[in-house]
Design a protein around this ligand. Sequence first.
Ligand SMILES: *Cc1c(COP(=O)(O)O)cnc(C)c1O
Length: 667
Amino acid sequence: MWSSSHHNPVFLLQNSQARLETLAHDADFLARYDGVIRAFDAYLANEGSWFKKAHPDFKGAIAYFSAEFGVHNSLRIYSGGLGILAGDHCKTASDLGVPLVGVGFMYPQGYGQQRISSDGWQQNVFEHIDWNNSPVRPRLSPAGERFIIDIGWGSWKLRVAVWEVVVGRMRLYLMDTNVEGNSIPDREISGRLYGGDKTMRLRQEIVLGIGGVRVLRALNVPAAVFHANEGHCSFLFLELARERVGAGRSFKEAVLDISSSTVFTTHTPVEAGHDVFDEQLVAEYFKTYLTELGLSQDQFLDFGRVGGESGWNMTALALKLSGRRNAVSRRHGIVSRHMWSKLWPGVPEEKAPIAHVTNGVHLATWVQQDLAWTFTKYLGEDWWDKQDDAALWSRVAAIPDDELWMVHQRNKEEWFKVLRSRARNRWISGYADSSQVLAQGSLLDSSALTVGFARRFASYKRANLILHDLSRLKALLLDQWRPLQIVFAGKAHPADDLGKALIQQIYRLAKDPAFGGRIVFVEDYDMHVARYFVQGCDLWLNNPLAPLEACGTSGEKAAVNGVPSLSVLDGWWEEGYNGNNGWAIGACGGRGSGEDADAADAKDIYESLEKNIIPLYYDQGPDRVPRGWVKVMKESIRSVAPQFGGNRMVKEYVDKLYAPAEALVKI
Ligand SMILES: *Cc1c(COP(=O)(O)O)cnc(C)c1O
């Protein structure tokens, strides 16, 4: 039940009453149960947390706004990297005792699933979710009724209900507009993540930013710092200003005031990743609201403009109104300062006030369990608390090669087992023909060097780059003694036909007997499958068009599991690559775009594989342990875990961005 529910604890508990009653009389089970509960209670009660020690005077809470939160697969309120990062941020904040509360959306209509048709075309199947089987509860008022507040203005009556998710020591408040009394269109505002047209999106972002602040106020959350995770939440800054104007300050004073307690993180250099709304649309929705700010329509609209050009840009709004701004890797910091320096005329580009905090991943979520035990054995019980201490990780050298290799081999087999079981389920349910069952990975061979490529199919990620020279690739795949396998997964945006065409190109090869079942495409990439991918493959391939990868986190997840990257030197890899912990494609900053750059990058990939990666992997002694390869695995764990774990990231957010903000508020 655990595995068929994709590890949903709520579903498991609600559907195993009889079994639980039996176990209630099983002394062994109860002893283990007590042990787990004790450990959990100790976690919740931990008074000696890092935050208390590092910032004893900090008062109040940090309100973290995000359109999506990827906390766990059983709570389908995320779409991809941005959400997973938000989830990892929350879980790490809980671990460190950071007083963070999350603000986001409950998406009552559910979640889009990916199915691939027999000819390789992505279908979007909409799945309704039974929220009773998810770890979320309606927030109730003290009187025991649904907690619902009005957040509309002027003639717009809009009510939101609040749901609550408990993430360790922190809380996530999720808004839901599917409430009695709302108009039908308003009920659908929180229906689907990124659903609908521009108007719908604007309405969603109004609820997220403005509604979110009002919900926090109504819940009496003592928010001292407000953090907008990406431009979807930027309206929160307007609402904070409006509160101050309402208290008698001028708009100018209000803006100055809020800048001391606000943080904004930008997440992408890709133009299409920034919401820009038609000014007319914004003016229409904010007609009454802007008078409460004491601004004329033109003054108001100017806050959304970039360089005087028409258009309401949510990122520009946040950059102008927030006090501290950051990008998500060193390279992305440089790129963002270049992109946005026009917002600070007269300031030299390198001085544009956008810092960076490189993304990291929550190790407890992503490090495979047996490997975590191996770390406990060789690094010590407290590796977990000391995870950002580089010295600790030098002890990875003490793990015997064959032990690490065995754990990895088991993870790989576990991954293939999951893929086969998914393929079998498709087969049984009648959705797949036999060639699709093969395309989904039923022929995968656990002794072959296996490359993982899984991420959104946005065109800048160049999923088909490794297919550039098919005959050269085919020779590697079909090598009798040293074969290569590639497992792909990822979703294209429902409106992105180019992305879907990339999937189709790969899918056709996966079904083509000429490629020997050594190219695989796995449907419906999500957080659950992602864990098996990053824990089970041998090599993580990432070849975006630099410098468009803001950070990329899946390579970090792989690296901490001993899976090295073959990656373009962009995003985190430019900081993480040290010459011994994986392989680089191209040079720092990339080769630019175009046919020639693609060809040169593809050539790098083939050469690395042919000359370095494949020979190293297959250089196995009589015990079949590839010692040279294991050395790279260890170096990957040693160098990446302390620097790209969640603790390093969240501590940096606290020290650089949250704590100084709060200090100013007190003055
Ligand atoms: C980590 C993760 C991502 C982010 O991937 P990148 O392309 O490396 O940023 C996307 N989707 C899922 C399901 C993930 O787990």
